[in-house]
Design a protein around this ligand. Sequence first.
Ligand code: SF4
Ligand code: SF4
Length: 383
Amino acid sequence: MLDIRDPSTFNGPDAPSDDDLSTCVHCGLCLNACPTFRVTGLETESPRGRIYLMTQWKRGELPFTEELARHVDLCLGCRTCEAVCPSGVPYGRIIEHGRAEVERLRRPNPRSVLVRQALRRLLGHPGRLRAAGAATRVAQRLRLTGLVPQSRTLPRLTGAYTPPAGEVASAIGERRYRVAFLLGCVMPIFYRSAHEASVRLLQLAGCEVWFAPGQRCCGALFAHNGDLAGREPDLAAGERTFGMEGFDYLVVNSAGCGAHLKDSSPTLGSRVRDLTELLAEIGLPEPRREQRLRVTYQDACHLVHAQRIRAQPRQLIRSLPGVELVEMAHPDICCGSAGIYNAIQPEMSRRILDEKMDDLLGADPQMVVTANPGCQMQLADAY
Ligand code: SF4
Ligand code: SF4
């Protein structure tokens, strides 16, 4: 009989629950939506296969081996399977817990240990992140990018975003809402202009924007990589920081962070809104200028599948005079970025990106729009 207290079995406190795993009825309707199944054609690289594997591990009917654990590693955590599953399988929760349990059981892999340590040392410390951003900026200016890991996928850095004096940006015109704004960890450093534009749009929509002082990473990157303990301090700090003042909504312009906070934060979750979600709901003033542009939209997985936000970004693009929205084939299939997946699984990430590029080039757009920093970096690297 399987001893569930045996520390060598897939049954520790972080393992996916039997209730969650048993919701899968093995119908297979998720298979063709799964990017790793689409490029490999293998049941073991499908949602159904991974759920079966974890179930067998839990029952002690399959041994836990490094070779089998690789099928869990290769999941992007994109949650496309969850969105199409007729049985309501909570796949996002299953894979977060599955990864945590795999990491507990496996022999430490130098690459993933290094990535995890680097994440813990950087993301929870805004000062260190800014220093790393400044060093990367200098390396880019001096064309020493070979010294910076993954520098090929990084945008050209122009200095970090800093909130306005007094930590408040006033509404333009009548104040209709008071919103808090999540600065995030990598967004202010890599995508300063996206933050500037997001805040400006909120102001134009009648929002007073408050920047809670002392903000840090929300913990999403930890949770999505099976480091459930690593995310806890960030989640708790976020609850304290944003609890200091009153606001109507907490606005997030990074899909992975928004999904994580909506799913995991007991006090903030119900007030979290993606930027596109809120702007589509409260409306923007009529644009004054026309811009002739053919645009396609790449859905970020954590926006379309985890938060089910599909129509709102398209509604905003279509409302721009002169802008034509052309849909590519499979806009809601992952581009292979998936947080740090492209750094730790570069081969599979590249295969998935190649499929995405075929779809993108088929639509022949002048501009690709997406709503997540990871997708932007991945697509900019290839397009
Ligand atoms: S995860 Fe859902 S769609 Fe996929 S096989 Fe299981 S029940 Fe069917
Ligand atoms: S989360 Fe994405 S990659 Fe993982 S099994 Fe589901 S569809 Fe496939």
